[in-house]
Write a protein that binds this ligand. Structure first.
Ligand code: TXA
Ligand code: MG
Length: 345
């Protein structure tokens, strides 16, 4: 398949390009589009064949459900059974990086939801995503636009690496602002279960809902045969080819450990910006200042792809804090590291 690559630099001026993309979606084709979190691999969420095409393009098991993207919160009415908690969340966080799991209506085929009677709904804030959904007039089902087993793409170059020749069109909207996938919550009456942490933090959710529980799979390894609340939790997540080890301990001790490791072996390091001057430049991947979790979120997947592209035999990174946006970083990194944490004494 020949993939069209379209760079979107002037949104109102490029309405014609977005109309073409919308037509492809309406006809059952696939279009990769930018969102504020990561790039999405979009198809018509009401079309069972489009969902099958998405699974095939991604190389993803078809029981892992897709998120449907809508232009505004009330559009969910056509596809899901909403409730007052949904609208409270919508008022606070939509459009934005929040996905809500709701009971599905018959307009959404089971192929889109991986056989589940619930559907994940998200209203993205990225202007290209919003305009595309409006023009298509359908909910766009979209997983992250990576091949299964790779980190989610946060720039068009990474999308092209994984999806060129597998989709009809790629809309290049530059770098994604947040860099980690959306926060996913499930509603039970007035309570929420946090299934995947992201740009909307646990503390932010607590401001809107009194009762927020973090699913244990967010921070802990699943026990054999443990039932999961979200199918995505059970799949082996992205892991680089070389083992990734997360380091915890006092800053100076960890830095000294890294300096020694660099002398002894070929390692790649996802370091804090302020550590760069104290370390050997080879295979050094700065991900932001220690305190700047936003920049770390934005650069993490890029740095992991880069680390994977080196000839390093081991990759080191810092264990993120579990507070604020740190919980989302922790969740992605602990899985990429297969829960390998080394404490430096
Ligand atoms: O930021 C994002 O959410 C990006 C952009 C493109 O919107 N999308 C994304 O999709 O990360 P994906 O498919 O890579 O991750 C969606 C996760 C999966 O782990 C899936 O299992 C879970 O959402 N999910 C989807 N529908 C669900 C449902 N009905 N019940 C429970 N979990 C669901
Ligand atoms: Mg994904």
């Amino acid at each position: 398949m020949q993939t069209q690559h379209i760079k979107i630099e002037d949104l109102p001026g490029q309405e014609a390009d977005l109309r073409r993309a919308a037509s492809i979606l309406k006809e059952g084709g696939l279009v990769v589009f930018p969102t504020e979190t990561v790039y999405g691999l979009g198809g018509d969420g009401t079309n069972a064949q489009a969902a099958e095409k998405i699974y095939a393009a991604k190389g993803r098991p078809s029981d892992n459900p897709l998120i449907i993207h809508i232009a505004q919160p009330s559009d969910a009415e056509a596809y899901a059974v909403t409730n007052p908690t949904y609208y409270r969340l919508a008022k606070a966080f939509m459009p934005g990086p929040l996905t809500v799991i709701l009971p599905k209506k018959d307009t959404i085929p089971l192929s889109t939801t991986g056989g589940l009677e619930t559907v994940a709904v998200r209203c993205p804030s990225h202007p290209v995503a919003r305009r595309l959904i409006e023009l298509a007039g359908i909910p766009i089902a979209a997983p992250s636009a990576n091949l299964s087993g790779k980190p989610s793409p946060t720039c068009a170059a990474h999308v092209a690496e994984d999806m060129d020749g597998r989709v009809d069109m790629i809309l290049d909207g530059g770098d994604c602002e947040i860099g980690l996938e959306s926060t996913i919550v499930k509603i039970d009456g007035n309570s929420l279960t946090l299934l995947r942490p992201g740009g909307i933090t646990y503390d932010a959710l607590c401001m809107v809902c009194e009762n927020v529980t973090v699913a244990s799979a967010v921070t802990h390894q699943l026990a054999d045969g443990e039932r999961v609340l979200s199918p995505g939790m059970k799949y082996r997540h992205y892991a680089p080819t070389a083992p990734l080890v997360l380091l915890s301990g006092e800053a100076e001790k960890v830095l000294r450990f890294l300096q020694t490791q660099q002398k002894e072996k070929n390692c790649a390091i996802l370091c804090y910006d302020e550590e760069c001057e104290h370390l050997n430049r080879a295979n050094l991947l700065p991900i932001g200042q220690k305190k700047d979790l936003e920049t770390q979120a934005k650069r993490l997947f890029h740095a992991l792809r880069d680390a994977d592209g080196t000839d390093a035999e081991i990759i080191y990174a810092h264990l993120p804090p579990m507070e604020g946006l740190g919980l989302a970083l922790y969740n992605r990194m602990i899985r990429a590291a297969a829960h390998t944490v080394q404490t430096i004494e």
